[in-house]
Design a protein around this ligand. Structure first.
Ligand SMILES: [Fe+2]
Ligand SMILES: [Fe+2]
Length: 460
């Protein structure tokens, strides 16, 4: 049996000197990213029977030279311990703003600690971690490659950083190369699966609505093409959400997108992949602990508190601290003065949002009797924060049978006629079903067993 571990979105944040305080408004833990990565690498090296570490892009926070140096040092140490490392890079690993230009210092980026690495430097920097030992390399993009994991198993390591803005995916030439590699594996009698950065299936139904450009470019067409060509699964990252999405294409090809959350964010998870005969098994583990002051909290509780901070702070500052809310507004391109001018209505709305319970909302919407008794005292604010957190942790567990599920359905039914027009604009025609799809996912996100020869999805 072959065992691989996969980390994604490690977002290693390193500056010299390190700031005392990083933006708390980022859902990922920037200041803690090195300690988290070191803890995860130690767990990998301690595990007695795993041989290969996969890294699915966004290795660094934003491609600073110091961050790449830090990452490369760590990966060389893993290699020196006798393990293989296969890495791809993504949009956070280079300076997207000045593609192809030199920085204003005139110094090569790696010689200037404040500067960022250029995209064209990345294949060279990470050559020892995949491309060097590849059995095929993609000339069309200069990044992608195929690794022979062991006799009988191959991995497509695909770069999808595209133009870094509107399209992150594979152009015609890269797609032709990918299809040729799938065919080549089949001819050799090898199983092949893939790893790229951007999700090829939505990690949550809300994702393509709020963040379409964060999906793999032309994902519907691209995913269908890959599945029909015989690719059974693709490991992805970028969304910072933990999700396993199975589909069967109209042509009858089963396919899974295994999207993994950011290592440096809640819930601090990574994947353990086992290959045995025609089976690919995926399990999920979370870092047990990491160095540094956590105010007495467990690693998971610490990551959760950091994750919740921005949304919680927006809701709470609307009620109690308009100056803080105006500072948050800058992150959403809203001028702080606009927020300060609206102090009275915002404060009133904020006080309401912080106090309202599910039962109170039911009374307001004339559907209190439909809200189960157990759900009535729950604060809407806390439910909302939990729903968001559950999507990121792959723990959407409120089915229509639960009191919370019933409460959400009752509220959605009342709101649907009021919100029909704006919902139609974003393609939501059945609000209750859509809301339920956000809070409940009946296909497990932490575990899957895939038959690489075909077969239908199986669950634990
Ligand atoms: Fe990303
Ligand atoms: Fe990321």
């Amino acid at each position: 049996m072959l065992k691989l571990w996969l980390f994604t979105d490690t977002h290693l944040f390193l500056r010299d000197p390190m700031p005392v305080q990083a933006p708390r408004t980022d859902q990922k833990c920037m200041l803690e990213s090195a300690a988290i990565l070191d803890a995860a690498l130690a767990e990998f090296l301690d595990a007695p029977d795993c041989d290969i570490l996969l890294l699915a892009g966004d290795l660094t926070c934003d491609g600073h030279a110091a961050e790449h140096r830090g990452m490369l040092e760590r990966l060389h140490r893993v290699q020196a311990a006798g393990k293989r490392v296969l890495a791809i890079t993504a949009t956070h690993d280079c300076d997207q703003a000045k593609r192809g230009e030199r920085n204003e210092t005139g110094l090569p980026p790696l010689e200037h600690p404040e500067s960022k690495v250029f995209r064209e430097e990345l294949p060279g920097l990470y050559y020892a971690f995949g491309a060097r030992d590849a059995i095929a390399r993609c000339e069309a993009d200069g990044f992608s490659y195929v690794a022979q994991l062991a006799p009988g198993y191959r991995l497509l390591c695909l770069n999808d950083d595209g133009n870094g803005r509107g399209f992150c995916g594979f152009d015609e030439n890269v797609m032709a190369w990918i299809l040729a590699q799938i065919e080549d594996a089949r001819a050799a009698g090898d199983y092949i699966f893939g790893m790229t950065h951007h999700p090829s299936l939505p990690p949550s139904p809300i994702y393509p609505i709020i963040s379409k450009r964060d999906m793999l470019g032309d994902w519907e067409e691209c995913t269908r093409t890959l599945a029909n060509a015989g690719l059974r699964c693709l490991f992805t990252g970028h969304s910072h959400m933990l999700n396993i999405a199975p589909i069967v294409t109209p042509e009858g090809s089963p396919y899974w997108d295994i999207n993994t959350s950011a290592l440096c964010g809640y819930p601090g998870a990574y994947r353990v992949i086992e290959l045995e005969d025609n089976l690919l098994r995926v399990r999920t583990q979370a870092i047990r602990d990491f160095a540094g002051e956590k105010n007495g909290l467990s690693a998971r509780a610490y990551l959760q508190r950091h994750f919740d901070y921005l949304l919680r702070s927006i809701i709470e500052s609307a009620a109690n601290d308009i100056a803080l809310l105006s500072r948050h507004a800058v992150g959403f391109s809203v001028a702080p003065e606009k927020v300060l001018k609206m102090k009275i209505p915002i404060t009133l709305a904020g006080k309401f949002a912080n106090k309202i319970t599910a039962g109170g909302l039911g009374t307001l919407l004339l559907c209190r009797r439909k809200i189960p008794k157990e759900a009535r005292p729950l604060l809407v604010k806390e439910l909302f924060l939990e729903f968001v957190r559950n999507i990121f942790a792959g723990e959407e567990s409120y089915s229509r049978e639960t009191p919370v599920g019933q409460a959400v359905l009752a509220v959605a039914k009342r709101l649907e006629p009021i919100l029909r027009k704006p919902l139609a604009k974003i393609g939501v025609t059945d609000l209750p079903a859509f809301m339920l799809s956000l809070i409940y996912d009946d296909s497990p996100d932490h575990w899957v067993e895939i038959d690489l020869e075909g077969g239908i999805p199986t669950c634990p």
